[in-house]
Design a protein around this ligand. Structure first.
Ligand code: NAP
Length: 140
């Protein structure tokens, strides 16, 4: 008697900052490998355009969701989307170009350094509350 092969489980991946560059190519490679991939971008138009490009090339397993890695509401919205649509992620590629450096703005001002200028060149100001919000991903 022939037994139907058990279908491989669907694996889910998410790539941040994926509307261009390394992120976009990472989405393409993961989708080609058969994963269902969430392409995320902070700009809705750029993200949707990149997603359409991949879908039109035959990669129907790419979906878009907005994500600005420095915006707590955006992170929470995405975490909720993942939880309700997929349950959990198998692969998370943290590609978006934000360093996660915590900046002591008062300390910089005491040294007569403009925090906004310093952040632009050397790091990214991150609200500490955001770091705890981002742990949502780890819990998924
Ligand atoms: N290319 C290299 O040689 C190289 C070497 C070492 C490390 N890296 C690291 O690899 C990563 C990708 O490099 P890349 O060359 O592909 O960079 P890229 O072409 O500049 O792409 C960066 C991506 O991150 C997105 N991004 C920036 N801030 C974001 C935010 N707050 N929330 C969500 N997305 C955000 C950008 O979106 P927008 O289009 O909206 O700006 C863009 O999609 C970066 O983290 C970079 O530091 C790259």
């Amino acid at each position: 008697m022939e037994v139907d092969p058990v279908p491989a489980p669907i694996r889910y991946a998410l790539v941040t900052g994926a509307n261009k560059g390394i992120g976009l190519e990472t989405v393409r490679q993961l989708a080609l490998a058969g994963l269902t991939v969430v392409l995320t971008a902070r700009d809705e138009n750029r993200g949707r355009a990149a997603t359409s490009l991949l879908q039109e090339s035959g990669l129907s397993n790419v979906v878009f969701h907005q994500l600005d890695v420095q915006d707590r509401k955006s992170i929470e919205s995405l975490a909720n989307f993942i939880k309700t649509q997929f349950g959990s992620l198998d692969v998370l590629v943290n590609n978006a170009g934000a360093s996660g450096v915590l900046v002591d703005e008062d300390g910089l001002r005491a040294l007569n350094i403009d925090p906004a200028t310093w952040v632009r060149f050397y790091g990214t100001s991150v609200d500490p509350a955001l770091l705890s919000a981002s742990s949502t991903f780890r819990r998924l």
